[in-house]
Design a binder for this molecule. Sequence first.
Ligand code: SF4
Ligand code: ZN
Length: 421
Amino acid sequence: IKIKITEIPIPVAFAAAFEGERIRKGDMFAEFGGGKTESWELVMKRELSEVEDHKIEIIGPDIDTITEVPGRLPLAVLVEVAGKNMQEDFEPVLERRIHYFMNYIEGVMHVGQRDITWIRIGKEAYEKGFRLNHIAEVLYAKMMDEFDSVVDKCQVTIITDSEKVSELRGKYATPRYNARDERLASLTDESVDTFYSCNLCQSFAPAHVCIVTPERLGLCGAVSWLDAKATKELDPTGPCQPVPKEGVEDEVKGVWSAVNETVAQISQGAVERVTLYSIMEDPMTSCGCFECICGIMPEANGLVIVNREHGGITPLGMTFGELASMTGGGVQTPGFMGHGRQFISSKKFIAAEDGTRRIVWMPKELKDYVREKLDATAKELYGIENFTDMICDETISTDSEGVLAFLEEKGHPALELEPVM
Ligand code: SF4
Ligand code: ZN
């Protein structure tokens, strides 16, 4: 017998209406991740015998040990689930929902996914008695409630002990993230006959639709083509619906009439055409949870990419936050686009505008993150060795002249391409 949970035992309100709530620096009591401390989250399938239902464990100091506000702690959120119908393929689907469930808590903000999460707890929530076990209570209740077709038992562990956070990341999280990426690596857009739509973000960007393909994951970085497929299986009338790859108009730029029709329908007519592999011509809309933003840098005839964690200025004269305010909200903004980190090394990344070889600047941390895969793509597509080394970063220059001088010194391929605009 399954019990439906209606009341969640926490001292603050819980509702979808709190999803868009931001917690500013001055209002914040505790912060986790966001590039400042290690922070990850994982949903893991276990055998029924391995999970003790509703077990909640906190390993490490709780937020009431914080003496200097705001306090920063490392964080791991580990949700272990078991059920007769549970499959490993469903793990990332449940895991993506952590983002929503935590944002529904009044006074809690959640950004990111996997091992780049960023969480803030506000002062007011703390004063009302909110503690880490309440995060666990919410996740337990929502996983049992929304995924009752596959989750029979669930236990939640929240870890703030820095050694344990690192240890379990290596033991459980990283191997699983890698395994998911590897399964996807063998798939191409050409090898499938169906893409998927995702409209999970319409609650705060009503016109926004992601089209998820094997080579282009959702811009949040958390919904791959396999995840979208699993979402459809789990929840047939849910946020991810199949889009037949029919009515090809331009396979290089990524235009299919069936995709256009789907986007028009799901966005209620707000967006009528989407060119999947272009930043200039009907680019995909951006909601607000993109991992990165790319924008044209005309004088370099190329493209600048900045990730959310990077706080500094870019050669476009704007920070991530400033770029985000003009790119988000579910509108098409040619020349600017939100996207996932993994999309950078995709062979479909702005293929309509000559692909990855247009990238002229990225923060150093992002360069290191994508280096291996980006170098492999540039070698395969353009015969360029060590392409990432030709890309400028903030340690070299953030102004036009400095960037251009660096690109010339490196013989960057973008300088030789057709004008981008
Ligand atoms: Fe879905 Fe796109 Fe939102 Fe990710 S960003 S949850 S893929 S709509
Ligand atoms: Zn979103």
